[in-house]
Ligand binder design. Sequence first.
Ligand code: ADP
Length: 653
Amino acid sequence: MLKAPIPENEAQRLAELRSLQVLDSPFEERFDRITRIAAKLFQVPIVLISLVDENRQWFKSCQGLDSSETPRDISFCGHAILADAPLVIEDARLDPRFADNPLVTGHPHVVFYAGKPLNGPGGHKLGTLCLIDHQARTFGPEEQAALIDLAAWVELELGAARMETLIACLADAMLIFNIQGIIEEANPAAEALFGLSRDELLGRRIETCIPGYDQAARDQLSDAETASIGSQCAGARLELTCIGRDNPAIPLEISVGRVIWGGRRIFVSILHDLTARKKAAAKLKMTLVHLENQFSSLEQAHSETSAILDATKEAMLLVAPDGAVLEVNRRFEQFFSVIALEMEGRPLEHFLPVLEKIVAEPDALSTLLTTTYINVKKRFKETVSQVWPQKRELELFSTPVKTQGGSFLGRLYVFRDVTRERQVDRMKSEFVSLVSHELRTPLTSVMGYMDLVLDGDAGPLNEEQLEYLNIARRNTSRLASLVGDLLDVSRLESGSLQLKFTAVDLREMVQEVVQLLERSIRDKGQSVVMEMAPDLPPVNGDSDRLIQVITNLLSNAHKYTPAEGVITVSARSADSKVQLLVHDTGIGLTPEDLSQLFTKFFRADNPATQQAGGTGLGLWITRTLVEMHGGNIDVASEPGKGSTFSFTLPIHR
Ligand code: ADP
């Protein structure tokens, strides 16, 4: 037996067969009527419309056979689809290709076979219309011609079935109607759109579904027809509203085509629902309006901000997280003789070379700017000395800028001209320094002579004289300590105070200070507790200045702690630093006091402070000295519960 060979264009042939979507579909009258006629006409017991699939031949219509398919390799049709002309086997038993074919030797006992290949709409041979008999027959040219005609009819029906499938699958509604506007065909999408079944739609006037259709279509089509006189069809496109199933006004885009078919004019119309498109367009419009509003309020806010920025005395530079210059204000342009438009939107790096001539230390400022603009946390203050186009002392303050939601917008650099302030400060310091110097010599002499008189070197004193003189002596020494503090302040401010670093044993130093203050402490009934490890490492410091620091903290603890109070001095070392803590059980400080504690001349507003003598300069001097040593000072305090002042110093290496 010769197996049915595979045609050359098999893949495309199978693709076309499947695109028809006919395989395994139910029998249809339109095909059955052809096979019935063929059986009668040719007087054969079996007639098939057989479609040759990959591994089988499947029967779309079949007369006289109870099976719906047989394997392809034993099929006669598999052979028939190789040629255009019908394949005629008058007696299969005598044909070596088929003699031992199971369809010949067994059921259905094929002896005679005549099959005309069926061409699909794409031109591929998809199967056959075939006749089968159980006895040998002759099949002359006339009979062959009749078979070819019937096969052409099958092909027409296959094309129509394909078209119907396509129309049924259309996502858009489709209506076919005649010249009177009576609907003759409707697809499932049209049923869904109008909420009417096909039967309800057929026979209905299109005007009842789409009001205004007649007029609109007539106007447009007549234009189109004039343009396409003599052609078989003309088309037009309309936008109308229809009465839908769920909505009385569905916007539609309708394309209508007029076709002359069988001498009749019919109209094919595709209705595309525009609801989603219209909604999207409306939404887009709303979004655009919203965006426009947002944009104009942003612009307004921006121009307001720019106006404020331009009105400030400070030069401002705002840098985006990616390093681009977001904004510079007018003052910045004036300060540094640059043009905002040339900077904004450009990387900060472009501006850095200009710094060469503007500031005294361009590299330091460049590094500072380029290393900080991405920092989301740090706030800092620096001094910058400007040399061009004008000499200025600038204070640079920088802070991250965040939105209300906390996202990082960029970093702000504010340059403040402090030239005049610094000048005034210097003049003040010079004046204070001068006055203090001038006061110190006569004061020392006054105190010396008073001590002589108090010691009785100028003769005996009565009680009243002694009392008055002691008051004068106390006040003079207060005056002397004020002068001393003022001198220290002016030296620290002018930078003329130089530290002499050595290894300092803090434990010894604290003992020394406690000894000095011992008498006053004892007189007040206070006690001092020392909690300092004997193996505390030495610190790197100027011993005279550190004595001053410790004396100030201990004498404050003594002054601002009531009688019987306890002063505890402790120390610990960690991370290459030693921390010294002075704790007292004294009057403590309010949070407001704490915020101003280290500023010059600050004295807390409480009776104990008023009673105790002081200048309000001690803690400022103490903090400045500690910081000059590379340390930090800190305080923790609560009113009525005492205070703990602590400072760190680097360990001596
Ligand atoms: P003063 O010469 O007034 O002591 P300081 O600068 O040393 O100046 O201190 C400033 C102010 O801080 C003091 O006037 C006092 O009000 C407050 N103060 C300092 N130390 C203490 C302390 N240990 N307890 C409570 N208040 C203190």
